[in-house]
Write a protein that binds this ligand. Structure first.
Ligand code: 4NP
Length: 169
């Protein structure tokens, strides 16, 4: 059962996760959210993707350290990095930014006022963790990747609940 207008209309609900490089945070968020949706039996009701503000890693797999940390928790990340494009604001219902700079960059990229309303901060879905953004683990040690996964797991669960409870519809 779900209450989302889009889901009830048999239209897929499309979620795009965005970070800077699309090799650490956003592909991990994509993998975690996909895992949740699969577990709920809702895989055919969602389109889930991730992208980067910066296109320099396009075509690359997620960072090996993030793949290792994620696999340890049961998430096999297989995304191929790509840059955000203007069309994403047409294709996706929700565009979720990992940090404040991603958010500002997306607000500038959005082609319309309506499109800006699709942009949300990932940290706004945190309840127990009191941080305002998802930090970039790229220059951190393995504990940084684990900490980011803790944040993403909680945010993804709450995001899923918000979507099916029509928070954004
Ligand atoms: P991400 O981490 O935004 O979580 O994918 C980064 C990865 C690479 C770079 C920056 C952030 N970089 O500048 O190469």
């Amino acid at each position: 059962m779900n209450n989302s207008k889009d889901l009830n209309n048999n239209k897929k609900y499309n979620v795009l996760f965005v970070c800077l490089g699309n090799i650490c945070r956003s592909p991990a968020a994509e993998g975690i959210f996909r895992h949740i949706v699969n577990e709920k039996g809702m895989a055919d009701r969602f389109e889930i993707d991730s992208a980067g503000i910066y296109g320099g890693h396009a075509g690359q797999h997620p960072d090996r350290r993030m793949r290792t940390a994620a696999l340890y928790r049961g998430y096999a990340l297989s995304h191929s990095a790509r840059q955000v494009r203007s069309l994403d604001f047409m294709d996706f219902d929700l565009v979720v930014a990992m940090d404040d700079q991603n958010y500002e960059d997306l607000m500038h990229l959005a082609p319309s006022v309506e499109a800006t309303h699709k942009i949300k901060r990932m940290a706004s879905f945190l309840t127990t963790h009191k941080v305002s953004y998802i930090p970039d683990p790229y220059y951190m040690g393995s504990e940084g990747f684990s900490m980011v996964l803790d944040l993403l797991e909680e945010a993804c669960l709450n995001l899923y609940d918000n979507i099916v409870n029509s928070e954004f519809i």
